[in-house]
Ligand binder design. Structure first.
Ligand SMILES: C[S@@+](CC[C@H](N)C(=O)[O-])C[C@H]1O[C@@H](n2cnc3c(N)ncnc32)[C@H](O)[C@@H]1O
Length: 250
């Protein structure tokens, strides 16, 4: 009788185990010195993915919920801004909706900042800083909103929790747009990038970043550990989580 054993057999095959816990394997993008042409191709393809697979839409839906005043000028930081495409999309939306924003992109890689500055040349209220995201508040004490797209999965739960606490202490709302660890997302992105990507970096990192992504229950645990009382976690197309974290007392 094989049938009663079938679930066990399936489980013991690493297919399902692979999605049970987060992967902490480093992506090529985490290397300190990636070749510039590889990095630039990656930033170009990330912009395409964000634009046409709904990434920007997820961020803007989140920001719509928190940028509600038409009289205030909000200071918004985009951490791990990469090629600056999220900032461009946010700025276009804000101008269209009459929301006043001062936008700052932060990235650890100077090559990303150089690329982003060129990419956002037409957008006069976007500026950039080459720095670690943990220094976001060092020169700017009054950040209203911190935004992070496809960024948190690069870090451990402890590192994310520490930053959430820092945002809370500075009174900043934290809007996170990141990947859900889901087998369909993993195989879909593996096939799509194998077929259409010109970048070895994207072919390697895109499916791996899904394995480094999160389950809803893991976000709940991170938020509990961070002492957060008010938050929302929403599932968004395609296999993204939109997490909005409010400082306590908000
Ligand atoms: C996957 S990319 C995401 C880029 C962009 N947010 C997007 O949605 O396409 C992650 C970015 O985080 C940056 N990064 C990694 N570690 C960082 C750190 N400690 N501080 C700031 N940026 C960092 C990387 O250089 C890279 O540009």
């Amino acid at each position: 009788m094989v049938w009663p054993l079938a679930p066990d057999l399936l489980w013991n095959h690493s297919f399902l185990k692979m999605f049970k816990t987060r992967s902490y394997q480093k992506e090529i993008l985490d290397d300190a010195d990636i070749q510039r042409d590889l990095l630039f191709q990656n930033l170009k393809e990330l912009e395409f993915i964000n634009k046409y697979l709904g990434g920007h839409r997820v961020s803007i839906r989140g920001l719509k919920e928190v940028l509600t005043s038409k009289t205030k000028t909000y200071s918004l930081f985009d951490i791990g801004c990469g090629g600056g495409d999220s900032l461009k999309a946010i700025d276009k939306w804000a101008v269209h909706k009459g929301v006043s924003l001062s936008l700052t992109g932060i990235d650890l890689k100077s090559d990303c900042i150089e690329y982003a500055e060129k990419n956002c040349m037409q957008h006069k209220n976007i500026s950039f800083r080459c720095d670690d995201f943990r220094n976001s508040f060092v020169e700017h004490a009054d950040v209203d909103v911190v935004h992070a797209a496809l960024f948190c999965h690069h870090f451990t739960e402890k590192e994310i929790s520490e930053f959430i606490k820092l945002c809370g202490a500075r009174g900043a709302i934290f809007v996170i747009n990141d990947l859900e660890r889901n087998p369909i997302a993993y195989y879909a992105i593996k096939i799509l990038t194998a077929l259409f990507s010109k970048s070895p970096l994207v072919k390697n990192d895109a499916p791996l970043s899904v394995l480094r992504g999160f389950k809803r229950i893991e976000w709940q645990a991170i938020l509990k550990e961070s002492g957060i009382k008010k938050y929302t976690i929403k599932n968004r197309w395609a296999f993204r989580h939109l997490v909005i974290i409010y400082p306590n007392g908000y």
